[in-house]
Design a binder for this molecule. Structure first.
Ligand code: SAH
Ligand code: SF4
Length: 344
């Protein structure tokens, strides 16, 4: 069954056969411009609202809703119709409102330092399930408007390619979000990066690099065995040539693992010729990876040295750690138990 947020306007028109055209407009505006759920669109009759609600059900049910950082970071755990859970994080900054969304329940990539990877893959999310995360966050953020979306929640967005691109198009066309403010973060699925480069969307691409030598990247990020650093580099060049846009490399600093001087030089060698920007963040703790993030002084040292070596780098501030809402901490956890089976 379709859900409210995966219908095209034509499909809605089909569903409302026999109704005047302005009715379709009213409903479309209610859904997309006023952030209303179908049952709340009071400009249409009750009978029609009931029909819409029955035929276009919502896809997400709130299972948990927690805040931290003095209320500026909020995380929702949503239960899907089949019992799986996913998570969305809303971050209010002074100058922007960012939502971090999930594209899969779990993740099949198995990165060792990531709670989502540790929990394994449950299933792909549908377009409706991804878009509804943004709509719900938008309702919570009001009267402020969401300005930025990052595909950095649970899952690998480029392993759910059509839904990721469909979501970007829907947010861009229907919610008027500028593609420039949309960031897709990928572990580095090289062919999908090359395909995305041809979509004509001025997105920001973030690549979770973390290690710039194959032997160690194979260990931390198993997909590196399929698409190694050389293959990834080719994809980065395609991205640059096709889009003219700069790539960001994500680098979660892990004490004694990828915060050494050697790691620094490897990163600089890899990033400099691509003109890539590096985002540094200390590793956030996860239950399945008993290594800790680098101290703040080491993170700053890394940034300063990268700049010296001609690579642009910024330090990202971590949000949401106390509610397990920070990067890499999202997982199917209920009552302290990690689940890879549906939670009913
Ligand atoms: N699958 C995609 C997007 C989701 S992960 C990807 O891997 O890019 C979002 C970001 O969190 C990625 O940059 C990922 O490498 C990072 N991350 C994962 N575990 C982390 C941890 N424990 N601490 C800090 N960042 C982490
Ligand atoms: Fe998946 Fe990204 Fe976590 Fe790797 S870091 S397991 S790709 S969500």
């Amino acid at each position: 069954m379709a859900s409210a947020y995966e219908l095209t306007r034509d499909e809605l028109t089909g569903l409302l056969a026999g109704e005047p055209k302005y009715r379709v407009d009213q409903i479309w505006q209610g859904i997309w411009e006023q952030d209303r759920f179908p049952e709340e669109i009071t400009t249409i009759s009750k009978a029609l609202r009931e029909k819409l609600t029955a035929e276009l059900p919502l896809a997400l049910e709130v299972a948990n809703d927690v805040s931290t950082d003095e209320g500026t970071t909020r995380k929702w755990v949503y239960r899907l119709h089949d019992g799986y859970t996913i998570e969305t994080v809303l971050m209010n900054y002074e100058d922007r409102v960012t939502v971090c969304i999930s594209t899969q329940a779990g993740c099949a990539m198995g990165c060792t330092f990531c709670a989502t990877g540790q929990a394994g893959f449950s299933r792909q999310l549908t377009l409706g399930e991804v878009v509804e995360q943004v709509v719900r966050a938008g309702r919570a953020a009001a009267p402020r408007r969401i300005s930025n979306i990052v595909f950095m929640g649970m899952g690998e967005p480029l392993a759910n390619y059509d839904v990721t691109v469909g979501t970007i198009r829907a947010l861009h066309h229907e919610r008027g979000l500028s593609a420039r403010n949309l960031t897709v973060s990928t572990v580095g699925i090289a062919p999908a990066i090359e395909r995305l480069a041809l979509e004509g969307l001025p997105l920001t691409l973030a690549i979770s690099l973390h290690v710039a030598n194959d032997a160690e990247r194979d260990e931390l990020i198993p997909i590196n065995k399929r698409y190694n650093l050389e293959r990834l580099y080719q994809a980065c060049e395609v991205w640059r040539n096709e889009t003219g846009r700069r790539i960001s490399f994500e680098w979660a600093l892990i004490s004694g693992v990828n915060d050494t001087d050697q790691a620094l030089y490897e990163l600089a060698e890899y990033a400099r010729p691509l003109g890539a920007h590096v985002n540094l963040i200390p590793l956030n703790p996860t239950p399945g990876y008993l290594v800790i993030g680098s101290p703040a002084s080491r993170v700053r040292y890394f940034r300063d040295e990268l700049e010296e070596l001609g690579v642009n780098a910024t330090v990202r501030r971590t949000r949401g750690r106390t509610i397990d809402a920070a990067c890499g901490q999202l997982a199917n956890v209920t009552n302290g138990k990690r689940r890879s089976i549906p939670v009913r």
